[in-house]
Design a protein around this ligand. Structure first.
Ligand code: SAH
Length: 351
């Protein structure tokens, strides 16, 4: 909490929060009510917390705003996927924007809550040529409370059952803040470790360090190709890091945590979807307990890739299965409002 910006409620640890509320004349149970209302229910305004004394509500509103971001934009796709563009203050008067996507269950009458896709950084330094998020490079890391705030905003839309850290940014480059935020998501929003997935390009040394701490999330590694020279091109920030090292670090994760790894593979028509790719990928993953998640490419304006035909996607999946890999296909949601994987971007918001 060294920010110059006002300290918001999600920036307090539970202990600090109790001290703050008591300092304002409240009781420890008032502190718990606020956390339950904000994290458990997505209440965004102290005025709505009618079980608190009026004077305390007013004092809290003055001293610890619930949100530091503003909702710059909101768009809802035909499949009800809702994309929020959030602007965080930057201190220099400018605004740092990230996108957060609320993905409801496919069936409107499902009893399940939504999946929330959150961003870990403002911009992204990885610069994958098929992804919109890295177009402007990295602006800055998100603070833990800014990551939490995305969840609070998501919960304000509706109940959440799962979360994927697959928005803008590379989570392993901001892991301390992310882990602090996920502690709140886990402990106070009730989303279990098996329902939180963090997706990374898999910096081996960072991944090994992360595994030792046994963090409470599932790991997904964006591999995209079994060939080293092509991965240098498709995942530029990993240039020079051998795929073998990435897979060895993922094996270490499995050994230490006991949790299986998912390999993500954006399917780019004519680029990484040949039978050679399927065979070489299966060879690399032979005998491992893991899943390959194929993501048919979602179009990003101005790039040269195309989405393979559904039959080709299925053909690639079947080839992997035949070679002994477990492979699934993820057809992204929210495509008609640019809320699908790879379509999120930093926008320069005016005013
Ligand atoms: N930096 C992290 C997390 C963000 S991306 C990572 O790379 O894993 C989350 C997933 O969306 C990654 O697997 C990424 O490769 C994929 N993705 C990016 N652009 C895409 C696109 N245009 N179409 C489909 N998936 C895409």
């Amino acid at each position: 909490m060294t920010d110059a910006a006002p300290v918001t409620m999600p920036a307090y640890t539970p202990e600090e929060w109790t001290a703050h509320v008591v300092g304002l004349g409240g009781k420890p149970f008032h502190a718990r009510i606020v956390r339950e209302q904000v994290f458990g229910q997505g209440v965004l305004d102290y005025a709505a917390m009618t079980s608190l004394p009026t004077a305390l509500r007013e004092a809290l509103a003055e001293t610890a705003p619930i949100l530091s971001s503003r909702e710059v934009d909101r768009s809802t796709a035909r499949d009800r996927t809702t994309k929020l563009l959030l602007g965080f203050p930057r201190g220099d008067g400018d605004e740092a924007t990230v996108e957060t996507v609320y993905i409801p269950p496919r069936r409107a009458d499902s009893p399940k809550g939504a999946t929330l896709c959150v961003s870990s950084q403002v911009g992204c330094p990885v610069a994958c040529p098929f992804c919109a998020s890295g177009r402007l490079g990295l602006v800055r890391n998100l603070e833990a409370h800014e990551i939490i705030e995305q969840y609070v905003r998501g919960r304000a839309i509706g109940p959440l059952s799962r979360s994927v850290v697959m928005g803008i940014g590379e989570p392993l480059l901001n892991l301390d803040h992310l882990v602090r935020a996920l502690d709140v998501v886990h402990d106070e929003m009730g989303i279990g470790a098996r329902k939180i997935t963090v997706s990374t390009v898999g910096f081996p040394a960072r991944l090994r360090r992360a595994a030792e701490a046994n963090p409470r999330f599932q790991l997904a590694i964006s591999l995209h190709t079994p060939f080293d020279d092509q991965r240098d091109e498709l995942v530029p920030a990993m240039k020079g890091t051998q795929i073998d090292e990435v897979i060895a670090a993922a094996d270490h994760w499995f050994d230490v945590t006991g949790r299986e790894v998912t390999y993500e593979y954006v399917l780019l028509g004519g680029t990484n979807d040949t039978p050679d790719h399927a065979r070489a990928l299966a060879r690399r993953l032979a005998g491992k307990r893991c899943t390959v998640n194929l993501i048919p490419y979602n179009p990003v304006q101005g790039d040269a890739y195309h989405r393979p035909a559904p039959d080709d996607v299925e053909g690639f999946r079947a080839a992997l299965e035949q070679a002994g890999c477990v492979a699934t296909v993820r057809w992204s949601r929210g495509m008609d409002s640019d809320a699908a994987c790879g379509q999120l971007r930093v926008r320069h918001a005016a005013g």
